[in-house]
Design a protein around this ligand. Sequence first.
Ligand code: IMP
Length: 425
Amino acid sequence: MPNLVVIGTQWGDEGKGKIVDLLAAQVAAVVRFQGGHNAGHTVSVGGEEYKLRLIPSGILHPGTICMLGNGVVLDLEELCAEIDALVARGVDVGPERLRISRKCHLILPYHRLLDKARENFKGDGKIGTTGRGIGPCYEDKAGRCGVRVCDLEDMDLVRRKIRLALDEKNVLLAGLYSQKPLTEREVLERIEGSAARIQPYLADISEEMARVEGAGGEILFEGAQGSHLDIDHGTYPFVTSSSTVAGNAAAGSGIGPDHLHRVLGVVKAYTTRVGSGAMPTEQAGEIGGHLQKKGAEFGTVTGRPRRCGWLDLVILRESVRLSGVNSLAVTKLDVLSGLPELKICVAYNYRGRVVEYPPQAEGGLGESVPVYETLGGWTRSLDGIRSFAELPAAARDYVRRLEELAERPVSMVSVGPERDRTIMR
Ligand code: IMP
């Protein structure tokens, strides 16, 4: 298998964790390149469910090395808690299996406080963030005042940076958001313990990837969130703060773009979204209820119910173009079983015109009215189905129509959370 980038083509929660876990057995390394513990990747193995946030979904394959690239933002306490939880369940998460870039930026207590305070302050205009401090951490990175993992080797430097940051953050926290200001000690306490603990995991990820490739190993880059939550290409401002498209797998890990050989786009058979922002195909009534209940559509990180609706090809088509997607993995096809008819949004009506790509104006998606195509549903459960030919005819038609409209082949179809409930084509 050549190096592969796996990305979400919608608003996250496409089921990337399961797909990455499946493919991880064939690669030497799985690398995360953006986001932080706002991600929630669920992997089901042998009747057990693992919820991964920061650690790549390859960790359940003992022979695979997992890496966190420079584009990831790191909450040390959360990372240590995730390591401990996996170790308690018998998963090896030693420093020879998990490698962390020294260039990762740290999420500090004031990032989390500012994230939450700012959301409250915005009231109805809030983004609906996960409240994990992701945005404020990336802001400091871009503002060139962030604390990086490599700084932990020089605690005097860390102290200086934190002191300077608090001079500014406390004005906001106390003056604008009516929060208790933070002391330097409070911030340091939250990182000192874990700082020593993660030292053995630190590495030059770029160099380690070169070594993996030099030994003939292949690398899988695991995207978090989805293309329409991308800071540049997503439904701004209702987006996350990192670049979620495939191209960032190179910059966010330290590898040349020519090493990103193939891109697999993961698409849920319908659409979901958590947090604020437009979602043209959202279904509030019975259809939305069916998808939410049958698909167990509740956020992995925050437990919030996900908004559910029909598959949106306008969104998917743009993701295919933005990331150079070569093939698609369709997930949760089984959730559609039992719906008498299915709709696919093939275009939007936008200000009197029919458009095939999302409008770029802020609020443009909110003004877009879906143009639907209706397909037949199927009643049979997809339990036990392991080949494309065994699927009900209407389910095959649905997947084939998706392929035609996206102009990309569907190479995998997932019909349940377990590894073996996957059709490889
Ligand atoms: P943040 O990433 O916490 O700043 O949240 C920004 C937006 O991205 C919010 O709408 C979140 O609900 C959404 N978001 C962040 N991470 C995920 C994810 O892993 N899955 C789905 N939505 C996410």
